[in-house]
Design a binder for this molecule. Structure first.
Ligand code: MN
Length: 390
């Protein structure tokens, strides 16, 4: 297997894990070269990655950080793409074959779409691409000779469980959720949790945005919407179960009642490697399951009152159209406000609910409408920030 890889967000958690996976693949006789790397602001880590992987080019989306990089580092023959414009230009390049799409938030949509239009193989970690534009993206993948393989551990699990199966034999999928750090807190106690409490995820080490989304369970809500488009399911075919141990990464139920699950220790390197090598499997020395010591797996239904974000995401999926975009934009702003300690934890779902309730969908879905709606929801919420500050 030979691939020329471009990683959007190479200094993030998925990006760093992807580079480790690539090391392993190359150690096992495969030929994965790194063509392009990108960061938002982590220029020192990016410089280390450049030294090790010698990419043709890089993009730094934060313009100030890009200027700092240029004055701090000198690499011969390194092409530098600056700012948002830069990463969009890079996404249209012809000289990479595989894109690892791991930008945070809706910022990942346009560059991923550009790469799909260029027939690239896409290893997708950016949920928002499918959350806000699933139908449009599916059409584009079909129209071009692009392939979309999920990196998200739940979707990778389902993808693996479905291998060799007919979709008409699937009765539903069950997404597992760890429940995050607040599984055992009461709704009232959630009023008083701090940013640090929310950032302490019990099983997964991830970036800040997704860690807060895991604490509110919005992450699982976004994953439901992502799964709907990835596997072409009706919303009623997707359910969520709390599985604290994060060992079963998700399950598929078939019409005969058989349930197939995928297990593994919580480590993103496994689903990343599968996305990079699919349909092949490659040996590695990543941590493995150990059934020689006692292991208890538990399952319980989620509490939709306490984790209102999960309920709101299901509602947005059922409303369809532009509503997932509205939900996602409001959530990105609410998480930012919470991280800046401008609002309390329970105000996150309040902001989402208010925003969704005050929104009238009267537009046809297009990429332009999605981007415009995203901007207008953000603008309105930012204008009202005083209202939300403590
Ligand atoms: Mn996930």
């Amino acid at each position: 297997m030979t691939e020329k890889v471009c990683i959007f967000g190479s200094t993030g958690s998925i990006g760093c894990n992807s580079l480790e996976v690539i090391d392993n693949l190359n150690n096992n006789g495969l030929d994965f070269s790194v063509s392009y790397l990108t960061t938002n602001t982590s220029i020192d880590l990016l410089a280390e990655q450049i030294k090790k992987y010698s990419p043709k080019g890089i993009a730094i989306t934060d313009e100030l950080s890009c200027d700092q990089f240029v004055s701090r580092y000198k690499f011969n023959d390194l092409e530098i793409f600056k700012g948002r414009k830069g990463i969009l230009e890079l996404s249209k390049r012809d000289d990479f074959s595989l894109l690892i799409s791991s930008l945070v938030g809706i910022a990942g949509l346009e560059p991923t779409v550009n790469a799909i239009k260029k027939d690239r193989r896409i290893a997708l970690a950016n949920k928002e691409t499918l959350v806000v534009a699933g139908e449009l993206v599916n059409d584009l993948v079909k129209k071009n000779s692009s392939t979309l393989i999920p990196i998200d551990s739940e979707h990778s699990a389902i993808f693996q469980c479905l291998t060799g199966e007919k979709m008409s034999n699937v009765s539903g999928i069950i997404l597992t959720a760890s429940g995050g750090p607040f599984l055992n807190k009461s709704l009232d106690e959630l009023n008083y949790v701090t940013v640090n409490d929310a950032l302490a995820h019990p099983n997964w080490s991830m970036g800040k945005k997704i860690t807060i989304d895991s604490a509110t369970m919005m992450n699982k809500g976004l994953e439901i919407i992502e799964a709907k488009w990835l596997f072409n399911l009706a919303p009623s075919q997707i359910s969520v179960v709390i599985h604290k141990q994060s060992i079963i990464h998700s399950m598929v139920e078939f019409i005969d009642g058989s349930v197939i699950a995928q297990l593994g220790i919580p480590d993103m390197k496994l689903p990343i490697q599968y996305a990079l090598t699919y349909p092949h499997r490659v040996i590695n020395d990543f941590p493995k399951m150990n059934f020689n010591s006692p292991l208890t797996l538990t399952f319980e239904p989620p509490d939709y009152e306490k984790f209102k974000c999960l309920k709101l995401a299901i509602d947005a999926l059922n409303s369809g159209g532009i509503y997932p975009t509205v939900l996602n934009a409001a959530n990105e702003i609410a998480v930012e406000l919470f991280l800046n300690e401008a609002i309390s934890f329970n105000e996150i779902p309040e902001i989402l609910e208010l925003t969704l309730n005050n929104f009238n969908d009267d537009q046809e879905l297009s990429l332009d409408n999605i981007m415009n709606t995203d901007k207008s929801v953000r603008r309105k919420l930012k204008e009202n920030q005083k209202f939300y500050s403590k």
